[in-house]
Design a binder for this molecule. Structure first.
Ligand code: NZQ
Ligand code: ZN
Length: 391
């Protein structure tokens, strides 16, 4: 296990009707004027936005609102949010929605207190300061409710990039699993896939002797394998949604990633899909992961064989561990298909003729040097092979 510092100070408030505590929580963390940030309207239709407004009014906390965050959130609305916060004297940003809304809120919070262009953070500058951010989560997926990360797409060039800093970790996150019951099945399944990807990206490591985090990850993956089909079959199953929601937070608040190197190649390769075709991040990952893992497998076959045995119940073939490893990847692929996720370019809406463009933006776009690194370092030829494996 490698040395690490673990810092994850978000206050999580979990359970039914907890959104009504929003006003109190904003005050507890020093907010005196709030920007309520939300997406394309699901929180309006469900009545959640009204309940949040009422909670802030009860506590006497003034607020302004900015809706319209799109999935795969864009830089344009971030600039608008920064201007609005400065003009209105906002000191706390409350995200009501999914990962996209939360990430947009984090970008605004960092941008308001920064003199330069907020995109600097998405080109690698660590975020040192930001307004306080709180979240009310409506989809179990991205894990942004407990992460120090934000992913934004720059409209000029359509670069989808991430930024990080402890300053944008949410001060609090309200997790009411019942709020996720209005999700369309495709979004529920995409969320499950993203959670599993966050677990796999940490599991695929070059660090040795990391049994405690291996076992945590395996436990959470097993939970997803159990609860995923239950919630797809019965979208109103509160208990299944509750388990998935907490797994989503645990998967990405870094408790499973400490003391080990991580991968994240599948995420980088997927981000080009969601930037170019505007597909759900989780759906892109369902197509990406099996191909990336198949490509990576030879680098450490036993790592992939271990997850195959411990999570997917595959029989260990000691003479040919690659057979076991491959069986685990196939089990993952079949599971994702069973919950309604795409498994190839066509089903995702991607085009073979776009591969050169996908590879170029991935490896060279926005300041990259022709390679991407995680479990392995991949060059343009490797990435081309991986995209071709998904056709
Ligand atoms: O915009 P609205 O109308 O709210 O609709 C959303 C959106 O269309 C809808 N939705 C959300 N909650 C709902 C609901 N519809 C009905 N009922 C509800 N309760 O679902 C759609 C997807 O929402 P989105 O916020 O995009 O989903 P998700 O949480 O999967 O976020 C995806 C984004 O997070 C980024 C992804 O790249 C992507 O841009 N990620 C952020 C990470 C982070 N900050 O740590 C890590 C992740 O790996 C990921 O990259
Ligand atoms: Zn993700």
């Amino acid at each position: 296990m490698e040395n690490f510092t673990y810092y994850s100070p978000t206050k999580f408030v979990f359970g039914k009707e907890t959104e009504n505590e929003a006003g109190k929580l904003v005050k507890e963390f020093g907010g005196s004027k709030v920007l309520i940030h939300y997406g394309g309207g699901s929180v309006v239709r469900s009545g959640l936005l009204d309940r949040v407004r009422a909670s802030l009014n009860t506590e006497g906390v003034p607020f302004v609102e900015l809706g319209g965050v799109k999935p795969n959130p864009r830089s344009g609305l971030v600039y608008e949010g920064i201007d609005l916060c400065r003009k209105e004297g906002v000191d706390f940003v409350l995200a009501v929605g999914g990962g996209s809304t939360i990430d947009s809120a984090k970008a605004i919070a960092a941008g308001v207190v920064y003199d330069g262009d907020f995109w600097d953070f998405y080109q690698g500058k660590w975020i040192e300061a930001a307004l306080g951010v709180g979240t009310i989560l409506t989809i179990a997926a991205a894990g942004s409710e407990g992460s120090p990360d934000s992913v934004i797409t720059k409209e000029e060039g359509m670069f989808k990039r991430g930024a990080s800093g402890d300053a944008i970790r949410p001060k609090f996150s309200i997790l009411n699993p019942a709020l996720t019951q209005t999700l369309p099945p495709h979004q529920t399944a995409a969320g499950i896939t993203d959670i599993m990807a966050h677990l796999y990206e940490r599991y695929i490591t070059n660090s040795r002797e990391v049994e405690v985090t291996d076992r945590l990850i395996e436990g959470l993956l097993l939970t997803m394998v159990h609860e995923g089909p239950r919630v797809i079959a019965d979208p109103d199953n509160y208990e299944a949604r509750a388990n998935i929601m907490w797994a989503g937070t645990m998967a990405h608040n870094h408790s499973c990633g400490v003391g080990r190197s991580q991968d994240w190649l599948s995420h980088m390769i997927e981000h080009e899909f969601s930037a170019l075709y505007d597909v759900a991040h989780g759906a892109g990952l369902a197509v990406t992961m099996p191909a990336v893992f198949t490509f990576e497998m030879e680098h450490n076959v036993m790592r992939f064989a271990q997850v195959a045995v411990r999570v997917w119940g595959c029989q260990m073939d000691f003479e040919h561990p690659e057979v076991t490893a491959k069986a685990g990847i196939e089990a993952l692929r079949n599971f994702l298909i069973s919950i309604g996720m795409p498994s190839n370019f066509k089903e995702l809406g991607a085009r073979e003729e776009d591969i050169p463009q996908l590879v170029d933006t991935l490896c060279n776009g926005d300041g990259r040097d022709g390679t991407i690194s995680g479990f392995l370092t991949l060059n343009e030829e490797d990435c081309t092979k991986i995209y071709k494996m998904m056709i």
